[in-house]
Design a protein around this ligand. Structure first.
Ligand code: OGA
Ligand code: NI
Length: 320
């Protein structure tokens, strides 16, 4: 519990006032020591957030709940007599915003829901780009450095994973989402304001990321660990299931474009550069099969491209 209280919460509006330096330092400390922080006063309109939450919950009830229950039946997960380690207790769908939107190809969304998600996505994209510049400033990199590295020939990839974690009769038998680090750049998560479940691994302990009304949870993906040569870390996290309540989460992934060349920034690289350089898509191909494994062997495999096959990717998972 004590550790939960210390979870870094950053009041972004303070970046415009007298407490700018302390706020930038808080962000830097969170990036170095947590890989996660929660932001408040981020400028997203609260009524838009409330609307998105309400419509996401309605959409789940209307078009996803039955599919989820059918999935439980088809995978024999209704009784949960033994621990399940190869399935997640989650219902998801994916929206892509950049480089090309697929918002109008997704079936079963009301016009109102589509419009709200488009507006929400655009605002999160701007927020992600501002945050990347704040990271640049803390890292001593020129403004726009990270955005430029993510650009490739087609600009960044930006997508949203909309998830619901329905109540689970035996939470000890299955995770909502198994432990992993995120592959990409910076992740902005709008999570349920009441039902908890997200946890991160810090110094060997799983720590709750507390629900906080109208906040956005930020975390760093593997690419930022590579570019900062390990100064910042992508951190393992997972979602635990709950007996009561349906948890909603909307995770938006601001990632490099598929052909972006990723490498440690020269000012942060040490003489013996520890981290590899690669094309982002090659990393993603590897990640898709080994998402739920530790990141270090991925970095090692990218360092030595011939080792990629040794990681023996399992079946591909749909992922950002
Ligand atoms: C993810 C993730 C957390 C959540 O999708 O990568 O970590 O709370 N999601 O849904
Ligand atoms: Ni994640």
């Amino acid at each position: 519990m004590e550790q939960t209280i210390k979870f870094p919460v950053v009041n972004l509006s303070k970046l415009n006032g007298e407490e700018r330096d302390q706020t930038m330092a808080l962000i830097n400390d969170a990036c170095e020591n947590w890989g996660f922080f929660e932001i408040v006063n981020h400028g997203l309109p609260y009524d838009l957030m409330d609307n998105v939450e309400k419509m996401t919950k309605e959409h789940y009830k209307k078009t996803m709940e039955q599919k989820f229950n059918d999935m439980l039946k088809s995978k024999g997960l209704e009784k949960l007599e033994t621990e399940v380690e190869d399935v997640d207790w989650e219902s998801t769908f994916y929206l892509r915003h950049l480089p090309q939107s697929n918002l109008y190809d997704i079936p079963d969304m009301s016009d109102e829901y589509r419009t709200a998600m488009k507006d929400f996505g655009k605002r999160l994209e701007n927020l992600a780009e501002n945050l990347l510049d704040q990271l640049c400033e803390n890292l001593g990199l020129e403004k726009g450095y990270l955005k430029k590295m993510f650009h490739g020939t087609k600009g960044p990839s930006f997508g949203t994973k909309v998830s619901n974690y329905p109540p689970c009769p035996k939470p000890e038998m299955i995770k909502g989402l198994r432990a992993h680090t995120d592959a990409g750049g910076i992740i902005l998560l709008f999570q349920d304001d009441k039902v908890s479940g997200l946890q991160l691994l810090k110094d060997g302990d799983w720590i709750d990321v507390p629900p906080l009304n109208h906040s956005i949870v930020i975390n760093l993906g593997d690419q930022l660990e590579v570019i900062t040569n390990g100064k910042y870390k992508s951190v393992m996290h997972r979602v635990v299931t709950q007996k009561e309540g349906n948890r909603m989460s909307i995770a938006s992934f601001y990632n490099p474009g598929s052909d972006a060349e990723i490498s440690p920034a020269s000012s942060l690289a040490s003489k013996e550069t520890e981290y590899p350089s690669f094309v982002f898509d090659d990393y993603m191909k590897l990640y898709a099969g080994v998402k739920f494994q530790p990141k270090e062997p991925r970095f090692e495999a990218m360092r030595n491209a011939t080792a990629v096959t040794e990681l023996n990717p399992a079946a591909s998972v749909e992922t950002f």
